[in-house]
Design a binder for this molecule. Structure first.
Ligand SMILES: [Fe+2]
Length: 349
């Protein structure tokens, strides 16, 4: 829990800055009455502070931010139980949101505004809502691969990719969600066959995060890397010329365009079951889904907005648009444990 940090975002400057953060535990009631939303967030982007102050400017409701990893925040909310001061949880990947939901941490929300988020990117009963979208794409070394050779996730199991695929470990929720999406389409048995062949095609035992896979791909350690879209965009926008050079050598391919579409995932938020300020929490998520906030929220991590009509970041746009898999991302969570079992069985480290 030591890594958890907290900050308060205030609009209106000095006059309101006198409102101290206070200890969350002891200040539960007064914080709620004072028009504060307690936000537990696993996001760590500089632009987020801009988002929170825009909410405060609009509504007068302060944002009290507690940051930590998804695991830390889930543990904290559970241990706080009915006394939890947390109103909203924001985290990445539907797998994490599903985990929180399966532990009963969220409450249903019905909101006309949040109906503007595509149905497949939110929980069917309003337990959580996708606020930005990322694609799990096929990154390829432009010197080694002609994108015409690429087609689908299923094709990554083909013999032609033997020793050429870079991908991170199976402990990562992004890969668990990708495998879960294949289970939804093909069932567990076929997905296991696919996963076994994929592992046989690995260029090396999994190590590092998605950035490490793209970097290794650029260096020619493999032909293709599986990574979330924003990792490549981040490198392309880097102030470090070496990172930009890595991005220059790598292309982004959106698989399964001729069938169901590319596997996507979300960053999202839900209202917690014991939220002291439920009304404020709903307003907060509604604000995050507004056109103004969507642009900032998505660009904070080089992601795609979930609401239509919101312009894409200019660098992200260069990689083109794509058709996304319309499956409800909630099913990624319900297939998560099966996915992990399959990955274990096929020796995906
Ligand atoms: Fe990530």
């Amino acid at each position: 829990m030591q890594k958890i940090t907290r900050r308060v975002f205030l609009a209106g400057g000095a006059a309101m800055a006198a409102v101290a953060v206070g200890e969350l535990g002891s200040g539960r009631t007064s914080l709620a009455q004072g028009g504060t939303v307690n936000l537990y967030s696993a996001r760590h982007y500089d632009t987020d502070s801009q988002l929170y102050s825009s909410f405060t400017s609009k509504t007068g409701i302060k944002v009290n931010l507690v940051q930590g990893s998804a695991e830390e925040l889930l543990e904290r909310i559970k241990s706080e139980g009915a006394n939890s001061p947390a109103d909203v949880l924001i985290t990445v990947d539907a797998g994490n949101l599903w985990r929180a939901d399966s532990q009963g941490l969220f409450q249903p929300v019905s909101s006309q505004v949040l109906q503007g988020i595509p149905g497949n990117l939110r929980h069917p009963q309003g337990h959580w809502f996708g606020l930005s979208m990322r694609a799990r794409a096929i990154m390829y070394n432009k010197n080694k691969v002609n994108p015409a050779q690429l087609s689908t996730y299923e094709d990554l199991a083909a013999q032609k990719w033997r020793g050429k695929i870079l991908i991170r470990s199976s402990s990562n929720v992004y890969n668990q969600s990708l495998v879960a999406s294949l289970i939804a389409v093909h069932g567990a048995q076929k997905t296991e066959q696919w996963a076994r062949a994929l592992v046989a095609n690995f260029a090396r035992p999994p190590e590092g995060n998605d950035t490490a896979q793209i970097t290794a791909c650029a260096a020619g350690m493999g032909d293709i890397a599986i990574a979330n879209s924003y990792y490549l965009v981040r490198l392309a926008k880097s102030s470090n010329p070496q990172e930009r050079a890595i991005a220059d050598r790598v292309g982004m391919f959106f698989p399964n365009q001729r069938d169901r579409g590319t596997h996507v995932n979300i960053s999202g938020a839900g209202v917690l079951k014991y939220a002291p300020n439920k009304a404020g929490a709903i307003k907060f998520i509604e604000h995050m889904a507004s056109t103004q906030a969507q642009q900032i929220f998505a660009s904070g991590n080089n992601e795609y907005p979930v609401v239509s009509g919101v312009p894409l970041d200019s660098v992200l746009q260069r990689y083109g648009t794509f058709k996304s898999d319309p499956i409800n991302v909630a099913s990624l969570g319900s297939n998560n444990s099966e996915a992990i079992k399959i990955m274990d069985r096929v020796g995906w480290k």
